[in-house]
Write a protein that binds this ligand. Structure first.
Ligand SMILES: [Mg+2]
Length: 404
């Protein structure tokens, strides 16, 4: 028999969250194709613009998905019911959902407003096995919120999320450790984290369609195909994921520092170093799906006096360009001492999980066009970094004319 104690990770995901809240509150919407979306703050008049935030399961039968333009959704389902998003209402429900879950363990990692991981190892003596805890939460969420939540249980985060998706909607799915291969191997490769549309196409072209093929592929061949990501993806294909459930408070800041071997007096060298550090901090933040509002420059002089200068931005960021511009600005405010600088550091703090905002971003898509472009550029640079190493990309444009 499987040792149930090893299955300590629970993934929970509310089904069609925004749409389910609306269907709960408006009996006329129940069992109907319901589409929640449009531009935030807008009433009915804005419902022809913007994108779908959530489609009820009835609407999904027409091929309607989150992120799809509203006009397209109307084409696919002219008789659908279209309602505007009421974010405050959903956030209130989201808080209740998190509260229910947090009565069982403090080890909660939110992925978005309606999705989270729990690590219940060590809670068994209090509440029973992960299966009992999972069932209890599912029942309580339905009783107390009137919403259905899908539950996935496994020995790690990756498999628990797979389990949830296999059970959806209204699911309760356990992947026992002895069945990992049986369940995971037949799945399409897109089930793996890190395999997007492009990578999927690339692998399909090489005749690779199923997880099993990746799990059994020799490292060298996989590295040729996937570059630096090969190792991580192969481990996932084998059902291995060592990432712990990380409550957001654990990551209070992301920082990088450089100590120079000789004290630096030239500002140009300091600025170059700041660019490197900005890229490192931004990269880590993006990998962990964090954005921060406060950027701090740390500078230590030859005589060991240390200054910290911070700036809090209006909008949280994880973009190299913005971090870099901010620290250069901060550097301009520090009076440089004789003897030069021995240490430079950058810290991004005041962090929020990026995934949560990704969902909110759907709501204010229009305002964000410019920011999105920068984000897209940064994302493609990250891909190059992943493939060729962090030194592959230097944003020459950032260095060419730094304002000082
Ligand atoms: Mg959901």
């Amino acid at each position: 028999m499987d040792n149930i104690n090893r299955l300590s990770i629970i993934h929970l995901d509310l089904d069609a969250f925004f749409a389910s809240v609306e269907q709960r509150d408006n009996p006329a919407y129940r069992d109907k194709p319901l589409i929640v979306g449009g531009i935030s703050g807008g009433g009915v008049s804005n419902l022809n613009r913007g994108v779908v935030c959530t489609a009820s399961y009835e609407a999904r039968k027409y091929g309607i998905r989150a992120g799809m333009p509203i006009w397209e959704a109307r084409q696919k389902c002219p008789r659908g019911i279209f309602v505007p998003t009421q974010m405050n209402k959903y956030l209130k429900e989201s808080r209740k959902f998190f509260q229910v879950c947090s009565t069982y363990t403090p080890l909660i990692e939110p992925l978005s407003v309606d999705e989270l991981f729990l690590d219940v190892s060590g809670c068994e003596s209090l509440f029973g096995s992960s299966e009992i805890i999972g069932r209890k939460i599912k029942e309580r969420v339905y009783q107390e919120l009137g919403l259905k939540v899908s539950v996935g249980i496994a020995e790690n985060k990756f498999l628990a999320k797979i389990a949830t998706n296999l059970g959806k909607p209204d699911g309760f799915y356990i992947i026992p450790s002895k069945d990992i291969q049986k369940i995971l191997y037949p799945l399409p490769i897109s089930a793996l984290w890190g395999i997007g549309k492009k990578t999927e196409e690339l692998l399909n072209k090489s005749g690779i369609y199923r997880v099993e093929q990746l799990a059994r592929m020799p490292d060298s061949i996989l590295e040729n195909l996937l570059g630096k990501n090969a190792k991580k993806i192969k481990l996932l294909a084998q059902g291995i994921d060592e990432n712990p459930v990380t409550p957001p408070s654990t990551a209070k800041s992301i920082g990088k520092e450089t100590t120079f071997s000789t004290n630096i007096t030239e500002k140009e060298i300091l600025v170059k170093e700041l660019l490197k550090l900005s890229q490192q901090v931004g990269y880590v933040a993006r990998r962990k799906s964090y954005k921060g509002r406060t950027i701090t420059l740390k500078i230590r002089f030859q005589n060991f006096t240390t200054f910290n200068r911070s700036k809090t931005l209006e909008n949280p960021t994880n973009l190299d360009d913005i971090i870099f511009k901010t620290v250069v600005e901060l550097l301009g405010k520090v009076r440089c001492k004789k003897g030069g600088v021995r240490l430079l550091g950058i810290k991004l703090s005041n962090l929020a999980s990026g995934n949560e905002r990704k969902q909110l971003k759907l709501l204010r898509e229009e305002e964000d066009k410019k920011g999105d472009k920068l984000e897209q550029l940064t994302q493609s640079l990250d891909k190059i970094r992943e493939k060729f190493g962090t030194k592959a990309v230097t944003r020459a444009s950032l260095l060419s004319n730094p304002k000082r």
